[in-house]
Design a protein around this ligand. Structure first.
Ligand code: DGY
Length: 324
C-alpha cells in the first residue's frame, strides 16, 4: 500500500513500514508544504501526519482510498475528524506517552517565570553580574503558592503531582469534576474557573483546543487574576487571546507568563518578544528523545493497524465509524 509520512521519524521506526509498504517521506525537519501533501495524498492509503499539518476538508477531498490518518501528537485540532469520519477514514493520536515530558516542561516554565531564570541568564551573559546583592533579581517563591490547573486530564494531573512535591496548594477546574477519591489522592480542590483565576498565583492551562476553549483566557479572565500572578500555557495557543495577554503583561494586570504555544503558531503576535516578563519556548513540551521515539512508535502502530483494515489502538472516531 502507499503511505505518506510528513515528518522525520527514527530509522528503526521507518523500517517497520518500509518492508511492507511504499513510503513517501518528508526528509526535512520542518513541516511539509501543504501543496505537496495535497498533491501526494491522492494515491495514498495511509497518512502519518504532524500536528502542523492541517488535514481539512479541502485536503480530504483529494483522497481516493485513504484508510487512516495517524497523527504524531496527542492534540488533534489540526484534523477535521468529522470530515474524515464521513469518508470512513480512521483518525488516531498518541495519548498517554507525552504526559510526563509535557508536565516537566510546564514546571520548567513555572520555575523559569517565577524565579526569573531567563532574565538572570541574559544579565549574566551580558557581563552585568558584578556582585551579589540582597535585592538582585528577586523572584517569587514557588512553595506555599497556589497553582490553578485548568483542565485536569492526564497532563493536568501530572503537573499537579509535581506541584505537590514543590509544596504548592492545588486548585483545579474541569468540565466534569473528578471523583472525590481522586481529588483526595491528588490533594486538589475543585473550584469554578472564576475562583481559580482569582485565587491562583500560577494558572496553568491544560485543555484541548475546541470551539468552546478558544480564547478561554482573554481580557476579562486576565483581569480576574492577581496582579502578582503568572499564566502558563503548554496546551494550545488559541486558548489565550495573545493581544489581551500582551496588554495585561504591559499594564501589570498580571506579573508574568510562560508560553510554549502561540495563537498563530509559529508566528508571534507583535509585542510579545519585547516583553521582559514572559518566557517564550518553541512548542517543545513533548520534545525529549525518549518521548518522541515513543510517539513515533505509537503513531506507526496506529498506521500499520489501520492499513491492515483493523481498528487502530488509539482511534478517535471508531465509535462513529462503526455506525457509518
Ligand atoms: C501534542 O502532541 O499535541 C503536542 O502538542 C506535541 O508536542
Amino acid at each position: 500500500m502507499n503511505v505518506l509520512i510528513t515528518g522525520r521519524l527514527p530509522d528503526d521506526v521507518l523500517a517497520l513500514i518500509k518492508k511492507e509498504h511504499n513510503v513517501e517521506i518528508n526528509i526535512h525537519d520542518r513541516p511539509m508544504d501543504r501543496e505537496k501533501i495535497i498533491s501526494g495524498i491522492t494515491d495514498k492509503d495511509g497518512l502519518l501526519c504532524m500536528i502542523t499539518d492541517k488535514i481539512d476538508r479541502e485536503l480530504l477531498n483529494k483522497t481516493r482510498h485513504l484508510k487512516i490518518i495517524a497523527n504524531y501528537g496527542v492534540g488533534f485540532d489540526n484534523i477535521d475528524v468529522e470530515a474524515a469520519t464521513e469518508r470512513g477514514i480512521y483518525v488516531t493520536n498518541t495519548p498517554g506517552i507525552l504526559t510526563d515530558a509535557t508536565a516537566d516542561l510546564t514546571f520548567a516554565l513555572i520555575l523559569a517565570s517565577g524565579r526569573r531564570v531567563v532574565e538572570g541568564d541574559k544579565l549574566t551573559r551580558a557581563g552585568k553580574f558584578k556582585y551579589w546583592a540582597p535585592l538582585l533579581f528577586l523572584g517569587h517563591e514557588i512553595s506555599g503558592k497556589t497553582l490553578g490547573v485548568v483542565g485536569m486530564g492526564r497532563i493536568g494531573k501530572a503537573v499537579a503531582k509535581r506541584a505537590s512535591g514543590f509544596g504548592m496548594k492545588l486548585i483545579y477546574t474541569k468540565r466534569k469534576r473528578l471523583e472525590k477519591s481522586e481529588e483526595k489522592a491528588l490533594n486538589i480542590e475543585y473550584v469554578s474557573l472564576e475562583s481559580l483565576l482569582k485565587e491562583s498565583d500560577f494558572v496553568s492551562l491544560h485543555v484541548p483546543l475546541l470551539p468552546e476553549t478558544r480564547y478561554l483566557i482573554g481580557e476579562r479572565e486576565l483581569k480576574l487574576m492577581k496582579s502578582s500572578s503568572f499564566l502558563i500555557n503548554t496546551s494550545r495557543g488559541p486558548i489565550v487571546n495573545e493581544s489581551d495577554l500582551i496588554k495585561a503583561l504591559k499594564s501589570g494586570t498580571i506579573r508574568g507568563a510562560g508560553l510554549d504555544v502561540y495563537e498563530n503558531e509559529p508566528e508571534l503576535t507583535p509585542g510579545l518578544i519585547d516583553l521582559e516578563n514572559i518566557v517564550l519556548l518553541p512548542h517543545m513540551g513533548s520534545g525529549t528523545k525518549e518521548t518522541r521515539k515513543k510517539m513515533a512508535l505509537m503513531a506507526m502502530e496506529n498506521l500499520l493497524t489501520g492499513l491492515h483494515g483493523k481498528k487502530p489502538p488509539n482511534c478517535l472516531n471508531c465509535d462513529e465509524l462503526s455506525v457509518c
